[in-house]
Design a protein around this ligand. Structure first.
Ligand code: HEM
Length: 457
């Protein structure tokens, strides 16, 4: 991996630089966290200001701590702040696995993909998925029993996987230990490509592991496509049909690689994120009895134990507030890296080209300048009157600007349906004695799962 420290050509000052070790720079903070060191990023920004220069094994990173700067990066000057994989000429991080899918590609290649896929995720279009979401919520609830101890993270991963597989690919798929393991490995490799960059001749082991995971993932897509072909001529309006039926101007189908990359992107981006959000919501609810009691009042009045439908959602506003507050305290994507390819200016400072710019929703979401008592779990921040006052770029669990999450409406609807039906039937208590630790890779999950005891209401 190459790195060039281009000398600044202007007279602007450089941002303050956090102290670090020779050569390693601040790499140890990243290694110690085995992922995104949000506490280190938070402390560094609070100490040195809203743009701070650190280095990680020789590469420049700029940490960003102000919503106005995020506004520049993600919206106003989006064409200058590239998807982070552009820092390398060869596939690194998520591009190793998701290739040229919509999440990864830079702006020029992204536009046609977005035009193709976005209509599928439009708020009106996804309303039709509400019944599928409830159906699989019931399927999960049929596995739950009073007094049982469950790994809620595994359950949420399963139920969201059923939902994404049926809505996007028209198939039923069960979470397997292999799938969880390979997905964890992919995330580890993706993060390590940034936090422990190595020259090509040293990445042999990492490359082989990535290849193994890729073989597994390609097998998964082949299974999706084979099942669809076996289903014959059933007319469908899902992602799989869209990708398989789309033709270019010359009437040729999309290349297999394009289909593969986008199927995997939507499959993984579309379930792990929501699964983790729901898992953390159960965690916070278990620790906040007053909030839980308010949730019980809402679901008991609106649902009285029955399965929710689309029509119920406007009557479950507190459930949505709980989800939004969960995503504030525990944004599942805790850092949004971008690459700057050339020297540029930001916030009155000179930034060197070939660097990474790190905006952390976790840090923005806990900044006392924008949030009262930021460490408190308090869903009322998201009541309609309070939510209107939130600085737009101080809250960005779904990212921001043109590259904002394409599945945000889908995710919120799904989380609102599943959380309301589960809370209306069961109270979940944290199993005592477990150390709940956030593992922050590309997504944030409770390390080793989350054990909770079910109490039937
Ligand atoms: C609570 C759940 C979710 C969270 C927290 C979340 C978070 C995010 C974030 C932060 C980004 C922006 C990444 C960046 O700027 O680099 C993103 C992009 C994306 N998400 Fe989500 N996501 C969620 C659910 C979903 C779902 C349900 C789907 C699909 C059904 C989805 C599909 C995507 C795709 C395709 C992109 C790339 C969009 C583009 O670049 O045009 N996500 N997501």
């Amino acid at each position: 991996m190459t790195k060039t420290n281009t000398l600044p050509t202007t007279t602007l000052p450089h941002p303050p630089r956090a102290p670090g070790l020779p050569i390693l720079g601040n790499a140890l903070a990243f290694r110690a966290a085995k992922g995104i060191p949000v506490e280190f990023i938070q402390k560094t920004l609070r100490t040195y200001g809203d743009i701070v220069h650190i280095t990680v094994t020789g590469r420049n990173f700029y940490l960003i701590g102000h919503p106005d700067l995020a506004h520049e990066i993600f919206l106003k000057r989006v064409n200058e702040f590239h998807k982070a994989v552009r820092i390398s000429k060869r596939p690194i991080a998520l591009s190793r696995f998701l290739g040229h899918g919509i999440l990864i590609v830079d702006h020029d290649q992204w536009k046609p993909q977005h035009k193709l896929i976005q209509p599928l995720m439009h708020a009106k279009h996804i309303e039709r998925y509400a019944d599928t979401m409830s159906k699989f919520g019931e399927q999960m609830l049929s596995r739950w029993q009073d007094g049982a101890v469950r790994d809620v993270h595994a359950d949420m991963t399963q139920v969201t996987m059923w939902i994404i597989a049926e809505t996007m690919f028209g198939m039923n798929i069960d979470q397997t230990p292999d799938m969880q393991r390979e997905s964890d490995t992919a995330q580890q490799i993706a993060v390590y490509d940034f936090i422990a960059p190595m020259p090509k001749w040293l990445t042999g082991h990492r490359d082989r592991e990535a290849q193994r995971v890729n073989n597994f993932l390609t097998g998964l897509v082949q299974k999706f496509m084979a099942e669809r072909r076996a289903q014959g001529q059933v007319e469908r309006h899902d992602l799989l049909s869209l990708l398989m039926d789309t033709r270019d101007e010359d009437g040729n189908p999309m290349p297999d690689r394009f289909i593969r990359d986008n199927i995997l992107t939507l499959f993984f981006a579309g379930h792990e994120t929501t699964a983790n959000t729901l898992t953390w919501a159960f965690y916070y609810l278990a620790q906040n009895p007053v909030v839980l009691a308010a949730r019980h009042r809402e679901v008991d009045t609106v649902l009285a134990g029955r399965t929710p439908t689309l029509a119920d959602l406007p009557n479950l506003p507190y459930t949505l507030m709980v989800i939004k507050e969960t995503m504030r305290l525990q944004p599942i994507v805790s850092a949004l890296p971008r690459a700057i390819l050339k020297d540029t200016e930001l916030g009155g400072y000179q930034l060197s080209g070939q660097s990474l710019v790190f905006t952390s929703p976790y840090v923005l979401h806990r900044d006392p300048r924008w949030w009262d008592e930021p460490e408190q779990f308090s869903p009322s921040r998201f009541s309609p009157e309070n939510e209107a006052k939130i600085h737009k770029y101080a809250y960005m669990p779904f990212g921001a600007g043109p590259r904002i999450c394409i599945g945000n409406h889908f995710a919120l609807m799904e989380a609102q349906i599943l959380l309301s039906m589960m809370v209306s039937r069961y109270t979940l208590h944290l199993e005592p004695g477990q150390m709940v630790e956030a593992q922050r890779q590309i997504t944030t999950s409770p390390k080793g799962g989350l054990s909770m005891r079910l109490a039937r209401r």
